[in-house]
Design a protein around this ligand. Structure first.
Ligand code: ADP
Length: 220
């Protein structure tokens, strides 16, 4: 279903969000206080407007409350990000996603009612670090402060063995929730203990940080 979004802040993050939402067929109005950035974005978004998002009247004039969702993509100017989120909330925007630069920023955004807070740099740092430590780790997603989800490509130690033989649950306390098969679109959802890992398989694994890092150390 086609939705309408406002993206505030045309840095790298905001620009990338805008391009993706447009590709997915949604309507996007972008806002930035710098004329040059707005001009550059005019061909990329449905509408591009130059305004200071800490100006309540300016936000009201462009009808922010008529949009389905707003993304506050201002990172470095923390005060502007907080004020913008607060104003959008006050103007009745139903769903607000805001980018946080650090944990303090995130806590304030949470307190003032941002519905979703994202930490793109931190999350990417975590993913890249896992990939550097173990090249078999393709992706890493933090699910909570305790649990994470990793996508691991089958290592030499895994190939030809079943999940039971590898003792993924018994020894490491991790659960393989899916195995993606090499080159085919097939995906084995909720694999059984007797399922054998083959070359090129991708394992989607859930577990605590400790359990996953133990598994990475031993099997990757
Ligand atoms: P990134 O790290 O994703 O590149 P930045 O924080 O560097 O993000 O960029 C934020 C963008 O938000 C910049 O283009 C800046 O001009 C814009 N911006 C900052 N403050 C405001 C504001 N009060 N109103 C509108 N746009 C703003």
């Amino acid at each position: 279903m086609k939705k309408s979004f406002i993206v505030i802040g045309l840095g790298r993050f905001g620009t990338s969000i805008t391009q993706t939402l447009m590709k997915l067929g949604h309507e996007v109005m972008v806002i930035d206080c710098e004329e040059e950035k707005v001009n550059r974005a005019s061909g990329m978004a449905t509408q591009a407007i130059q305004l200071d998002s800490t100006d309540e009247n300016a936000l009201r004039e462009v009808g922010v409350s008529n949009f389905d969702e707003a993304i506050v993509a201002i990172g470095s100017d923390i005060l502007a990000s907080i004020l913008t989120t607060l104003l959008l909330k006050g103007l009745g925007v139903t769903k607000i996603t805001a980018k946080a630069n650090n944990d303090y920023h995130s806590k304030v955004l949470e307190k003032i009612g941002a519905d979703r807070i994202v930490h793109p740099e931190r999350d990417m740092g975590i993913r890249v670090a896992h990939h550097i430590v173990s090249s078999n780790v393709i992706d890493f997603i933090e699910l909570s402060s305790e649990y994470s989800l990793v996508e691991i490509s089958a290592s030499a130690k895994m190939i030809g063995k079943s999940l039971e033989e590898l003792e993924i649950r018994a020894k490491y306390g991790c659960t393989v929730i899916a195995i993606k098969k090499n080159g085919v679109r097939a995906i084995n959802i909720s694999p059984q203990g007797r399922d054998i890992i083959q070359e090129g398989d991708l394992l989607v694994v859930i577990g605590t940080y400790k359990a996953i890092s133990l598994l990475e150390d031993d099997l990757c």
